[in-house]
Design a binder for this molecule. Structure first.
Ligand code: AMP
Length: 557
């Protein structure tokens, strides 16, 4: 395909506003692209390289303006170009206005003719440009770009300038190209979507769709060594998780940096969340993977910085290691990192994306047999058990917990509802303890579960009453339990088996996810996912929160 043809169609697409017209325009463009299809599919969404490829052109605005100025002739310099870009608002129109290729007729090949640019020519030049490294590389890049501009007509110039600065902006996103591939080559859009997730290359997917249709797309699998998008999480609550899935897989949430580990049987490659190759900066992770894995695999996890005693260090410490290109050994002295594995996308020749999370986790445990690096995963339908996992995570210095749908597939690059990072509690309530239960076994001498009440009316009128609203048993350390037992014992008014009545005296600050109406408690409300925060020694029963506040909070939800 001639680059002029691509540019003319890009201009046409840019002029459209209705989504379906844009999709049709892209679809026609792809159908007519011929051998240039993979490149055209990337260029039309402003990409020079596939998404899995972190290669960068490394062309900044200044270098681009210099190349434009040089092609524009003697009386234009880079500052002039910059000024005009500031006025016009985008580089493409400015570059097109200079009519950089107008000198082309003076070249050896006459007017246009063999000297015209094909999509392949542009792609070849841009790849050369990306490959230029080291001293003098900026000059090489400028010369290559200048060479392209002098061969380009105004529309071609417009899109070359925008491509190199990653500012294509013709209203075509990944979703449009995906739909256009489905249209142009008559394949189901879900197949295209899935193929994109596993290959991470819209160019390859377009070609397979055209050449081998739906069956070809279905055959595409993960390639060890080629990163895919990381599955992402959204904020959510235990309540939502249990309501939606019945039970939730719970893991600690580590405060580090996401890393996708690829091991092909001999070599390890590590990729960051933006698909950058971070193998060199993380030699100890490479060593760990080499010693732990026997078969080809793709493993997803988090790299965390740890102190000498194994305690987690802040995320910024991990970043110091990620960004380090030189003198990795010295950086290693400063910050020690470890890998925590929580998912497995491929094991020994088998893609596991569609396997349920719990099954993928079993593969992970098998692969990294006995290693501490495998994140603990607990499947539970019990909010207290989940809260206990969270307390332990926080105690160990981690960020909190992740809740995952145990039956869910791995969806690369998607932020769906199957992974939730638990939202921290927004507000707390100060509630009076009006009952308790003795613990069991090791905790038989300690009060364990506490019945909580909110205040009704105002104690000043001498008519203070309390209504129950929930029980809290989680988030309390053994040490705190002992202290609380001492505080409450003098106020016990009746005992019935393990249950005791307590006169209102002690106030707990309690976190929760949600307030529900409920017939279980006398207030008519129940706290979902209540967790102990602290004993409010500074407060008496008269200072506890009222049912009125509970009602207002419930209304606001
Ligand atoms: P956030 O960056 O706040 O959106 O939280 C999601 C990120 O938490 C993921 O992209 C991971 O980098 C990180 N993370 C830490 N622990 C886990 C885990 N057990 N499962 C999934 N992601 C985790």
């Amino acid at each position: 395909m001639e680059f002029a043809d691509f540019a003319a169609r890009a201009r046409e697409i840019e002029s459209l506003s209705a989504d379906h017209d844009i999709r049709d325009g892209v679809s026609d463009l792809l159908a007519d692209a011929g051998p240039a299809l993979p490149v055209v599919a990337r260029y039309v969404q402003g990409r020079v390289f596939p998404a899995h490829d972190a290669t960068k052109l490394d062309v900044g605005p200044t270098l681009c303006y210099e190349a434009i100025a040089k092609a524009a002739g003697h009386n234009v310099d880079a500052d002039d170009v910059e000024t005009r870009v500031a006025e016009v608002g985008e580089v493409g129109a400015v570059a097109a206005d200079y009519d950089l290729g107008s000198q082309r007729g003076l070249g050896a090949f006459g007017d246009g003719g063999v000297d015209s640019l094909t999509v392949r020519d542009v792609d070849g030049r841009l790849r050369e440009l990306a490959a230029a490294e080291g001293p003098g590389s900026q000059d090489t890049k400028r010369d290559l770009l200048f060479g392209l501009f002098t061969r380009a007509d105004p529309d071609e110039t417009r899109y070359i300038a925008r491509l190199v600065l990653s500012e294509m902006r013709i209203g075509v996103g990944g979703g449009t190209v995906r739909d256009a591939i489905a249209d142009a080559f008559e394949v189901p859009v879900e197949r295209v979507e899935r193929a994109l997730q596993v290959t991470n290359d819209i160019g390859d997917v377009a070609v397979v769709a055209r050449e081998d249709g739906e069956a070809g797309l279905a055959d595409l699998g993960l390639v060890v060594g080629r990163p895919v998008g990381a599955m992402l999480a959204q904020a959510g609550t235990v309540t939502e998780a249990l309501d939606d899935w019945g039970e939730a897989a719970v893991e600690w949430k580590y405060d580090g940096a996401r890393v996708q580990v690829h091991y092909d049987g001999t070599e390890v490659s590590l990729f960051s969340r933006n698909m950058e190759d971070v193998t060199d900066p993380l030699p100890e992770v490479v060593t760990f993977v080499e010693s732990a894995l026997d078969v080809p695999a793709i493993v997803d996890g988090e790299v965390v910085a740890v102190a000498d005693d194994g305690a987690p260090l802040p995320f910024q410490d991990v970043l110091k290691r990620f960004r380090r290109k030189h003198d990795v050994a010295a950086a290693r002295e400063d910050v020690t990192v470890e890998f925590r594995a929580f998912d497995c996308l491929h094991a020994d020749g088998r893609d596991l994306l569609d396997a349920p999370l719990v099954e993928r986790h079993d593969h992970l445990a098998d692969l990294l047999d006995g290693s501490d690096a495998v994140a603990d995963l607990r499947v539970s339908d019990d909010p207290d058990e989940i809260a206990a996992v969270e307390s332990r995570a926080l105690e160990a210095g981690h960020e909190g917990i992740m809740l995952k749908n145990p039956a869910s597939a791995y969806t690369p690059g998607r932020r769906g509802k199957n992974w939730l990072k638990r939202k921290p509690d927004v507000e707390t309530l100060d509630l009076v303890v009006t009952g308790a239960e003795w613990g069991e076994g090791r905790r038989a001498t300690l009060l364990g579960t506490f019945l909580l009440s909110a205040r009704v009316g105002d104690e000043a009128d001498g008519d203070a009453r309390f209504q129950t609203i929930g029980k809290v048993a989680t988030g309390i350390t053994d040490e705190q339990l002992a202290e609380i037992t001492d505080l409450l014992e003098p106020h016990v008014t009746a005992e019935d088996g393990a249950e005791v009545d307590v006169e209102p005296a002690v106030v707990f600050e309690v976190g929760y996810e949600e307030i529900q109406t409920s017939p279980t408690y006398s207030s008519g409300y129940a706290l979902r996912f209540p967790r102990f925060v602290a004993v409010r020694k500074d407060k008496g029963p008269a200072d506890a929160d009222t049912i009125g506040r509970v009602e207002r909070l419930a209304d606001r939800q």
